[in-house]
Design a protein around this ligand. Structure first.
Ligand SMILES: [Fe+2]
Ligand SMILES: [Fe+2]
Length: 276
């Protein structure tokens, strides 16, 4: 464990520096992070008999759960009406993974490790973006700690990716497809349901779940956090995970394209919200 909740200076919390839009994003992230035990079970099923990997994944799950606890605790400081425990219970009641599988939903173990690396690329950039966007000192500390954990997780899955390269093969195009499809899943049900359980249900328990509305509401807030360097890092980490040179001319083009895509999506959401 690189840190624990007692390493955070909670007493430095400054309510005047809290941005309400960011509170919604942090509440959502706290639930997704706290859902890690389900993924530990899944990953252990997909890599049967690899005791080294099982031990690493157990530790990884403990760290992800701690991310959830730290973000949840900050959200409770920022919004005293928020209960991390209650929101997490609502999230778990409405959303669960299908764990009854011993095959990776990505098609192979190499593909699974690429997909995990993509997720860690995304989270490490996301928490770096939060750290750089907020002036609230406690959230800055928490996001900084989490961002470095996420980078270490990326390196962990890259290490196992290298190990499994010896026993499995996967073409470059297929690798890129796995990475792109995992990036697209950033807009999937899990995040939308976490937004719903953290931000909609506590205030209006009768509101039915609307996946598109929740996804849009979440990204309206989240996209605004990113600066070019965060997208640059994420893109190059994803390219490396898919075995492409992260420092080539093509990578520069991918970085520029990804930044444009984020700006385009953000503009589209803002226009849609303004028209609503
Ligand atoms: Fe995490
Ligand atoms: Fe992580």
């Amino acid at each position: 464990m690189r840190w624990t909740l007692s390493d955070i200076t909670w007493s430095a919390f400054d309510p005047s520096a809290v941005d309400p839009a960011l509170v919604e994003v942090v509440k959502t992230a706290s639930l997704v992070e706290a859902n890690s035990p389900d993924y530990v079970t899944y990953l252990k099923n997909v890599f049967p008999g690899d005791t080294g990997f099982h031990a690493s994944v157990e530790q990884w799950g403990v760290e992800e759960a701690q991310h959830g606890a730290a973000l949840g605790k900050w959200a409770e400081l920022a919004d005293p009406s928020f209960s991390f425990e209650r929101a997490l219970a609502a999230f778990k009641a409405g959303y669960g993974l299908d764990l009854d599988t011993d095959q990776s939903i990505r098609g192979s173990r190499l593909a699974e490790l690429i997909a995990r690396s993509v997720v860690e690329s995304g989270t490490s950039s996301f928490y770096s973006a939060i750290r750089d966007a907020t002036s609230e000192p406690v959230l800055k500390q928490v996001a900084h700690r989490i961002a470095s954990d996420e980078f270490a997780h990326y390196q962990l899955f890259q290490k196992y990716l290298n190990t499994y390269e010896g026993s499995e093969t996967l073409g470059r195009l297929k690798r890129l497809q796995v990475a792109i499809s995992r990036v697209k899943e950033a807009e999937d049900e899990e995040l939308a349901y976490a937004y719903y359980a953290a931000n909609v249900l506590p205030a209006a328990p009768e509101t039915p779940f609307d996946q598109a509305a929740c996804t849009n509401a979440y990204y309206m807030r989240a996209f605004g956090l990113y600066q070019p360097q965060h997208i640059d890092n994420a893109t190059r980490m994803i390219l490396r995970a898919a075995s492409f040179n992260p420092n080539s001319k093509g990578a520069d083009l991918a970085v520029a394209g990804f930044w444009k895509l984020v700006q385009f999506k953000r503009g589209k959401l803002e226009r849609a919200m303004a028209a609503a």
